[in-house]
Design a protein around this ligand. Structure first.
Ligand SMILES: C[S@@+](CC[C@H](N)C(=O)[O-])C[C@H]1O[C@@H](n2cnc3c(N)ncnc32)[C@H](O)[C@@H]1O
Length: 383
């Protein structure tokens, strides 16, 4: 795949706008599989700051030479070319959202209304609509500088006419982002999100716990454990079950156990786990992390989303909880066990860690960004 055709080349349009207009047309479904699977797309992904390398690793692991990363310094966006069915990209876990990217060599957005540009924009939308059964999308919305201007109102009307979905500025599930190109003069870009909700929204989350871990971050933490099918995996302080479910979605384990001190929280974890279909695979237990009901050398991978002391727990409680937890996890961990944890109570954790120099080696520390906070992920190895 070539890297240099990102902004220069246009993707070859496969069909005329008239053929693509009806998502249920037999022509589209009948002709798509082999033909479109070989198509190359230019895409852009929203990523969480700090997780770019992990997102790239996942793309290469899943799609190998069908992926070509386009170098950029943007910490929150990842550009890449991809060859294959867009549907396959919906399984990506460490990326927040993926968009089809089309560049238009135009000085003002008004030119999107010109026939050729309009067709190109609508074709991209139909690429997305055609991935799903009819009726999946209820409406569309646009994010753009000046989106309330008369020009954008004409653009909205044009899209409404062409795709037969209403415009809903707040809840539109077909999401378009339109903006001037950052790199190229006199150019605008249209991003069409390839899923009705961000990929970070997980279908299994039927119970939304206050302080639950963002699933994209959970997936990134699990990548940092270097998962393999022999893992005996323990998630202490499992809350509503995010890390447990994401671990099994990543692949098989030998055993998987989650525990929390709070009885109600465990019931809610059970609801999410049932919705994920993993209820027969995950063992849930009630325990205090300071007195784990396991023998020495029981687990070789441990994960934790610690109480950060804001929505869950308090800074004061953490000052005794964190050292007790590190001591107890060291007891039940095997030699060279991986322990990946996240906390926002960074100062406390980094003050405590040196006193565990005999038990834990710090392998990696990753600063991430979630909802205005900057928690850190620590990857430790048992000595
Ligand atoms: C930040 S929440 C975990 C959220 C979880 N990752 C999720 O996505 O739902 C921290 C959890 O630690 C649990 N916890 C606090 N102190 C504990 C202790 N001493 N032993 C076990 N669990 C504890 C809390 O009940 C809470 O569910």
């Amino acid at each position: 795949m070539q890297k240099n055709n990102f902004y220069l080349g246009e993707m070859k349009r496969q069909k005329s706008i008239n053929v693509l207009k009806d998502p249920n047309s037999k022509k589209i479904n009948g002709g798509r599989s082999n033909h479109l699977e070989k198509k190359t797309y230019t895409l852009c992904a929203d990523i969480l700051v700090g997780l770019k390398d992990i997102a790239i690793d996942e793309l290469y692991r899943k799609f190998k030479n069908r992926i070509s990363i386009i170098p950029s310094n943007d910490a929150e966006m990842l550009y890449f070319e991809y060859k294959g069915s867009l549907k396959d990209l919906l399984s990506v876990k460490t990326i927040v959202a993926i968009y089809l990217l089309n560049k238009f060599h135009i000085p003002r957005p008004k030119a999107l209304l010109g026939q050729q540009n309009r067709e190109k924009m609508i074709d991209a939308i139909y690429e997305v609509l055609n991935l799903y059964p009819k009726g999946t999308f209820d409406s569309f919305r646009i994010s753009a500088p000046g989106k309330d201007s008369s020009v954008f109102s004409r653009i909205k009307d044009a899209i409404e006419d062409d795709i037969h979905l209403p415009y809903d500025p707040n809840n539109g599930d077909l999401f378009l982002r339109i903006r001037p190109s950052i790199l190229y003069k006199d150019s605008w870009e249209v991003f069409t999100r390839i899923s009705p909700r961000p990929l970070a929204t997980r279908g299994w989350r039927v119970f939304n716990m206050k302080g639950a871990l963002n699933a994209t971050i959970a997936s990134a933490m699990l990548e940092m454990t270097k998962p393999n099918a022999n893992d005996r995996f323990l998630n202490i302080m499992c809350g509503s079950g995010t890390l447990l479910i994401e671990r099994l979605q990543r692949g098989k384990v030998q055993t998987i156990v989650g525990g929390d001190i709070n009885k109600d929280t465990l019931l809610n974890a059970k609801r999410n786990i049932s919705a994920s279909g993993f209820e027969h695979e995950i063992t849930l237990m009630r325990f205090d992390v300071c007195q784990l009901p396991f023998e020495e050398n029981s687990f070789d991978v441990i994960c934790a989303d610690l109480p950060w002391g804001q929505l869950v727990g308090s800074i004061e409680e953490n000052s005794t909880l964190y050292p007790n937890m590190l001591r107890e996890v060291a007891r039940i961990a095997t030699y060279k066990a991986r322990f990946v944890l996240i906390t926002h109570n960074v100062q406390l954790f980094e003050n405590i860690l040196p006193s565990f120099v005999d038990s834990w080696t710090l392998v990696e520390c990753l600063k991430v960004y979630q909802g205005g906070l900057h928690p850190r992920i620590y990857s430790l190895e048992r000595k």
